[in-house]
Design a protein around this ligand. Structure first.
Ligand SMILES: Nc1nc2c(ncn2[C@@H]2O[C@H](COP(=O)(O)OP(=O)(O)OP(=O)(O)O)[C@@H](O)[C@H]2O)c(=O)[nH]1
Length: 483
């Protein structure tokens, strides 16, 4: 007799549960076995852990109807629950899940929810804490007013996503220079980012390629009549490289989609979702940190353009690309829920089931804002040059295409550990230029955290200022080249 191992059974049950929770109709009775005994304590734990009012989208769902819950958020008091214990002898009453959430239209009418973030809200600081009035006045006198997201295009219906690049700056990364763009939008209060890798950002370094510079239209626009050249430069609307002696404000970007005139491949684009655990503390539960690092590395690789004539050598040009960094932590469920989901995963559930058990969808991300950011950078428009999208996620490809992004190629994102394993069995990975992956072995860690030492002139200057101007207790060492 064949006996299914308990882990397999759990896995099959998880799949059945997943079907039950996600299918449009309930599965046929015989294929779906309820796992009351194992599941209920977990559901109760998940519900109790999130407290009465901290479920998805902070709407009030109640796993314990009729129980007077304490007022303080998250302060679930078990002594107030008179229900039977799970696994007790009497036949158990199933707890029902009651949503106390009113329809959205009603919540908007009652003023409990905004109909959509107002442009003003989008331009608030990200943490949404209003500045004290005198600070706000001082800040306003120092910075140019940002364009109103609502009024810049009066013909655009209010539902259309609008993004504004509020600031841009040069960041020297271990892979080369990237330009960090910070965006506000009219949909949420998060500061989404774009990291642009593009040699044409430096006019003096522009190689002999015809690809247009990747520029933000909203950043390069003139925001008001009173905006000075220094205001524009301070928010990053400049061309070339800034130095104490050189600074030239940019001109408003042309609205025409631009095409490279030679055979340059479309820029490599990565839509990356925030992952504090993977990117900042080097968690090895996921490969997010590695993916961010890898995306920047791949974009910074020189591109080989074959020559049209066999007599001429191929040309090598610097890499071009953009990482759009979306603040969609935990596939959109937020860090709090992701941490709880990790505990459910430690109890044996997979990443999808854990999300569902917490009342979330498997993936709650949306890509409208990401596409709007790419549009602002003049990338991926139906009439433009298109993009190569770095992802393994088919849903992401479909979602981006649905939002109107022109994807000319999907580039796989092969985990480094898998690549190394595959390289042992086969020297070439299908669909990937093996030269691009010719990199030295890393000594430690899977993320930027585990990378090599940070170094370079910017860091040197920063460290010296900390010692000389801010009194940091560090012995100064001679600058490079001075001894
Ligand atoms: N809820 C949840 N989110 C996770 C977990 N592990 C990673 N994430 C989040 O997942 C997001 C990254 O998504 P992935 O599924 O790794 O990759 P993807 O973006 O869908 O696909 P690729 O483009 O191929 O990388 C980040 O926001 C992470 O914080 C997890 O176990 N649970």
């Amino acid at each position: 007799m064949h006996i299914t191992p308990p882990e397999d059974r759990l896995f099959q049950d998880d799949l059945a549960l997943l079907d039950a929770l996600t299918a449009p109709t309930l599965p046929i009775k015989s294929t779906f076995r309820r796992r009351d005994a194992e599941l209920d304590p977990l559901l109760l734990a998940a519900a109790a852990a999130s407290g009465p009012n901290a479920t998805r989208n902070h709407y009030h769902h109640d796993f314990f109807p009729g129980v007077a819950l304490p007022k303080a958020e998250g302060a679930w008091d078990w002594s107030k629950w008179n229900g039977e214990e799970a696994g007790g002898k009497q036949p158990r009453k199933r707890l029902t899940y009651v949503s106390l959430q009113a329809p959205r239209s009603q919540r908007i009418q009652e003023g409990k929810e905004n109909a959509g973030s107002s442009p003003e809200a989008a331009l608030q600081p990200a943490d949404n804490v209003p500045l004290p009035s005198e600070k706000r006045a001082r800040a306003a006198s120092r910075s140019a007013p940002a364009p109103s997201l609502a009024t810049s295009s009066p013909q655009i219906p209010p539902t259309e996503v609008q993004v504004t690049c509020m600031a841009r700056t040069r960041i020297p990364t271990p892979h080369g220079i990237a330009f960090l763009h910070l965006y506000h939008n009219n949909r949420d209060n998060k500061e989404h980012l774009a990291l642009v890798v593009d040699p044409a950002q430096f006019s003096e370094d522009t190689p002999s390629i015809s690809a247009p510079p990747i520029r933000s239209r909203s950043l390069d626009a003139v925001w008001s009549d009173s905006e000075t050249e220094m205001d524009r430069i301070t928010r990053g609307a400049y061309v070339g490289r800034l130095s104490p002696t050189t600074h030239t404000a940019s001109s408003p970007t042309s609205q025409k989609p631009s095409h490279p005139t030679d055979n340059i491949p479309a820029p490599l684009i990565r839509i990356h979702s925030e992952c504090f655990t993977g990117e900042t503390i080097g968690s090895q539960r996921c490969d997010c940190g590695e993916q961010l690092d890898e995306a920047l590395r791949l974009m910074s690789q020189p591109i080989t353009i074959p020559s049209s004539s066999p007599l001429e050598p191929a040309t090598r040009i610097p890499g071009r690309g953009v990482v759009v960094y979306m603040r969609q932590e935990g596939r959109g469920i937020g860090l709090l829920s992701k941490i709880r989901a990790y505990n459910l995963q430690d109890l044996g559930h997979d990443t999808v089931t854990a999300n569902l058990m917490l009342g979330h969808q498997a993936d709650e991300r949306g890509y409208e804002i990401a596409v709007a950011i790419l549009r602002d950078l003049d990338l991926g428009s139906p009439s433009g040059e298109g993009v190569r999208l770095l992802t393994n996620n088919p849903d992401k490809v479909h979602a981006m295409e649905k939002e109107g992004l022109r994807i000319v190629e999907r580039v796989p994102m092969v985990p480094r550990s898998w690549r190394k394993r595959m390289q042992h069995s086969s020297p070439r990975i299908v669909g990937v230029d093996s030269e691009e992956y010719d990199e030295p072995e890393r000594k430690a860690g899977a993320t930027l955290v585990g990378g090599d030492a940070v170094q370079g002139p910017d860091l040197e200057k920063y460290l010296r200022t900390k010692v000389l101007r801010m009194g940091h207790m560090l012995e100064l060492i001679p600058e490079r080249g001075t001894n």
